[in-house]
Design a protein around this ligand. Structure first.
Ligand SMILES: [Zn+2]
Length: 149
């Protein structure tokens, strides 16, 4: 059954995340393990980060819609040091990837890759969406496609 929470609860569930009117639906989706990105009902274009109007046609008929979660790694960096965060140990450099989602060229989502050696994380590698629990909330991550998750 989908989780539905008030705005106040949503902010409490994601401490430190910049939740706004524009991206609240995206974060509500995370609670249901659904990756939602804004899409325009006029021109059909996706866009991220979430904005109240479509950057392509200026329509205000935008809403958060689920994406397939398939994509390819567009950029990868490996953090040797970074902010303290639950579940992150920088003794092994922590991968941060921007994934170009299958829905549209240029539609990207930034997260990490789980269950892979850093040597196997490279630009162009196909990935699929996966979910882990971090600080008590579902967190969208990616797994290399073709690898067991
Ligand atoms: Zn549009």
């Amino acid at each position: 059954m989908p989780v539905d929470v008030s705005d106040d609860e949503l902010v409490q569930r994601f401490p430190g995340e910049p939740i706004t009117h524009d991206n609240a639906a995206h974060y509500r989706g995370r609670l249901n393990r659904e990756l939602l990105m804004n899409r325009c009902a006029e021109c059909g274009r996706w866009h991220a980060p979430a904005k109240p109007i479509c950057p392509d046609c200026w329509s205000s008929r935008v809403s958060a819609q689920p994406v397939s979660g398939d994509g390819v790694i567009f950029m990868a960096i490996f953090l040797h040091r970074g902010p303290a965060a639950p579940g992150i140990d920088y003794r092994v450099p922590y991968p941060v990837v921007a994934v170009e989602l299958a829905e549209q060229e240029g539609l990207r989502f930034t997260s990490t890759v789980v269950g892979a050696d850093n040597d196997d994380i490279h630009i162009g590698a196909p990935v699929r969406l996966d979910w882990i629990d971090r600080a008590g909330v579902p967190t969208p991550v990616f797994a290399l496609r073709g690898s067991p998750s």
